[in-house]
Ligand binder design. Structure first.
Ligand SMILES: NC(=O)c1ccc[n+]([C@@H]2O[C@H](COP(=O)([O-])OP(=O)(O)OC[C@H]3O[C@@H](n4cnc5c(N)ncnc54)[C@H](OP(=O)(O)O)[C@@H]3O)[C@@H](O)[C@H]2O)c1
Length: 319
C-alpha cells in the first residue's frame, strides 16, 4: 500500500541541503530532491526546525567515513520537528496534521521521513525551534545519566556542561534530584549556575578543582567532550561503572568505562523527549539557541557548531 495522500506537499520535488563530496562546510548546497515517500512504519513530516549536531559535520567532513559511511550525494541531519504530512503502511499512532518532534534521517530538508516510533507529540507550549533542537542532545543526555545510574542524592560530574548535550544533562540530573558539577570555560560559568550546576574550569588541574567544588565527593561522571578525562573521572567516582563517555571509545576502553553510542543497550529516546517537553512546558528546562538560521544557511550553522564552543544549540528552520 502506498502512502496516504499528502495534504500540503508539492507534487514531486522539495528542497534539501546535501553534499556531493566530503569536505569543509562549503560543500553543503541547496538542492531539489524527489519528495520522499514513507515506507511501512514511517511517516513523512513537513519540517519546521532541525537541530544541528556535531555528528552532522563529522559525517560531512569524512572523518567518520569508516564508521558512518554514506552514499553521495548525502543529505545530513537526524533531528526534526514538524507536522505529519503522510502516513506509511501500518501507521496508526499518528494522523496527518499532528505536530511532532524526534529523530529521522536526512532531515536537512523540507520533507523528511521518520519511523513512527521515533517521534513524540510536540506540546503547544514547546516552540518549534526548541523542539527541533532537542532530539539528539536530549536522548544522549538522558541516556548517559541513566547508564551511570544517576539518582536523587548523587553528585554528578558533567564534562562539557554548557553544550547542547551538557546543558540538558545538567537539567535532567537536577530534575532527578542530583547535585551537578559541570566543566566549562569561564564565560559559561554564570550560565551553568543558572542551570543549577557548580561550574569548574576545564584544562590542567580540573580534577582538583572538582574536588574543591564537590567536597562531598562525586558519585557519577558523564564525558561529553573526550580528550582523556576518564582516568581522573573514575578516580573521582571510585567505580568505572559509574562513568560513561559518549565521545571517546578509546579512553573509555582504556579505563573500563562504557562507551555509549545509542546503538546498543536500552532505548531512551521517547522518554528523553517526553521528559524534556514536560520540563520545558512547566518552566523547569531551558535550551539556549546560539543561532537560528534558515535551512539554506546550513553551512554557516555547521561552521558554528564546529567551533566547539556553542552554548546550547544551533537550529535550522524551514519557512
Ligand atoms: N554517542 C552519542 O550518542 C552522542 C550523541 C550526541 C552527541 N555526541 C557527541 O558528544 C559531544 C558533545 O555534543 P554536543 O552536541 O553537546 O556538542 P556542542 O554543543 O558542540 O558542545 C559545545 C560545548 O563544549 C564545551 N567544551 C569545549 N571544549 C571543552 C572542554 N575541553 N571541556 C569541557 N567543555 C568543553 C564548550 O564550552 P566552552 O565554550 O565553555 O568551552 C561548549 O559549550 C560531541 O562530540 C558529539 O558528537 C555523542
Amino acid at each position: 500500500m502506498s502512502a496516504t495522500a499528502a495534504t500540503t506537499a508539492p507534487a514531486t520535488t522539495a528542497q534539501a541541503v546535501a553534499f556531493a563530496a566530503h569536505g569543509p562546510a562549503d560543500v553543503l548546497a541547496v538542492t531539489d530532491v524527489p519528495l520522499p515517500e514513507p515506507g511501512p512504519g514511517q511517516v513523512r513530516v513537513r519540517v519546521k526546525a532541525i537541530g544541528v549536531n556535531p555528528i552532522d559535520g563529522k559525517i560531512r567532513s569524512g572523518v567518520m567515513a569508516a564508521i558512518f559511511p554514506v552514499d553521495l550525494p548525502h543529505i545530513p541531519g537526524q533531528d526534526l520537528a514538524g507536522v505529519v504530512d503522510a502516513l506509511g503502511e501500518g501507521v496508526t499512532a499518528w494522523a496527518v496534521g499532528d505536530e511532532v518532534f524526534g529523530m529521522g534521517t536526512k532531515t536537512y530538508a523540507e520533507y523528511v521521513l521518520a519511523g513512527a516510533d521515533r517521534l513524540v507529540a510536540k506540546p503547544a507550549g514547546l516552540p518549534w525551534e526548541v523542539a527541533g533542537a532537542l532530539p539528539t542532545a536530549a536522548d544522549a543526555a538522558y541516556r548517559a545519566l541513566a547508564e551511570v545510574g544517576v539518582a536523587a542524592g548523587d553528585t554528578v560530574l558533567v564534562h562539557a556542561a554548557a553544550g547542547g548535550v551538557g546543558g540538558l544533562a545538567v537539567q535532567f540530573a537536577r530534575a532527578w534530584g542530583a547535585a551537578v558539577v559541570g566543566t566549562a570555560g569561564e564565560a559559561n560559568h554564570a550560565y551553568l549556575r543558572e542551570l543549577g550546576a557548580e561550574p569548574v574550569r576545564y584544562g590542567d588541574g580540573w580534577a582538583d578543582r572538582v574536588r574543591v567544588a564537590a567536597p562531598q565527593g562525586v558519585d557519577a561522571a558523564v564525558d561529553l567532550v573526550g580528550g582523556g578525562v576518564l582516568g581522573d573521572s573514575v578516580a573521582l567516582t571510585g567505580d568505572p561503572a559509574r562513568a560513561v563517555s559518549i565521545v571517546d571509545p578509546a579512553d573509555a576502553g582504556a579505563n573500563g568505562v562504557r562507551f555509549s553510542s545509542g546503538h546498543d543497550g536500552e532505548d531512551y529516546l521517547l522518554r528523553a523527549l517526553a521528559s524534556a517537553a514536560e520540563l520545558y512546558v512547566a518552566g523547569n528546562l531551558t535550551l539556549p539557541l546560539a543561532a537560528v538560521l534558515p535551512l539554506a544557511d546550513a553551512a554557516e550553522a555547521q561552521r558554528l557548531v564546529e567551533t566547539g564552543h556553542v552554548r546550547g544549540k544551533v537550529v535550522l528552520t524551514v519557512a
